[in-house]
Design a binder for this molecule. Structure first.
Ligand code: AMP
Ligand code: ZN
Length: 137
């Protein structure tokens, strides 16, 4: 594996503004925030993408995300809302290949948004696609 910037942060070999850590996860400020208070929750174990994670690590990641999200909402940053965002693979806009969850505080008129071109699936296609997923679970 090539050097991983998030592993370096976890191992204190690269600087970061760390705000929380426990046995499984660490949270630090995003170096290029889209809104004030934007931060990342990162599993301490290196998983390339979210779907590589084991259930315990994923559960712990989301527990840490809940704790930190509540702190952000109660903080003096006073966000009016939050977005949680997780990118998987380049097609899903992942740039750092050590899985992480963004917590993005939201403020009215903050300019952050998603550019969406809705897919024009028919009801029948929804049924077919639902079955493609259902049969794997
Ligand atoms: P993505 O993989 O698309 O979810 O995006 C990676 C995120 O990591 C971006 O929002 C970057 O600004 C952020 N990032 C990259 N390097 C660092 C770093 N050294 N410390 C904190 N955040 C970082
Ligand atoms: Zn890593």
């Amino acid at each position: 594996m090539n050097r991983c910037i998030f592993c370096d942060i976890i191992n204190r070999e690269s600087p970061a503004e760390i705000i929380y850590e426990d046995e499984f996860s660490i949270a630090f400020m995003d170096i290029n925030p889209v809104t004030p208070g934007h931060l990342l929750i990162v599993p301490k174990k290196h998983f390339r993408v979210f779907t590589d994670m084991d259930e315990v690590s994923a559960g712990e990641l989301f527990s840490a995300a809940l704790k930190v999200s509540r702190a952000v909402r109660r903080s003096e940053l006073k966000p009016e809302g939050l977005n949680l965002f997780l990118a998987e693979e380049s097609a899903g806009m992942q740039e750092i290949f050590h899985c992480h969850l963004h917590i993005i505080p939201r403020y009215s008129g903050d300019g952050f948004g998603l550019k969406i071109k809705y897919s024009d699936e028919t009801k029948n296609q929804l049924k077919i696609n639902a079955e493609k997923i259902r049969k794997i679970l």
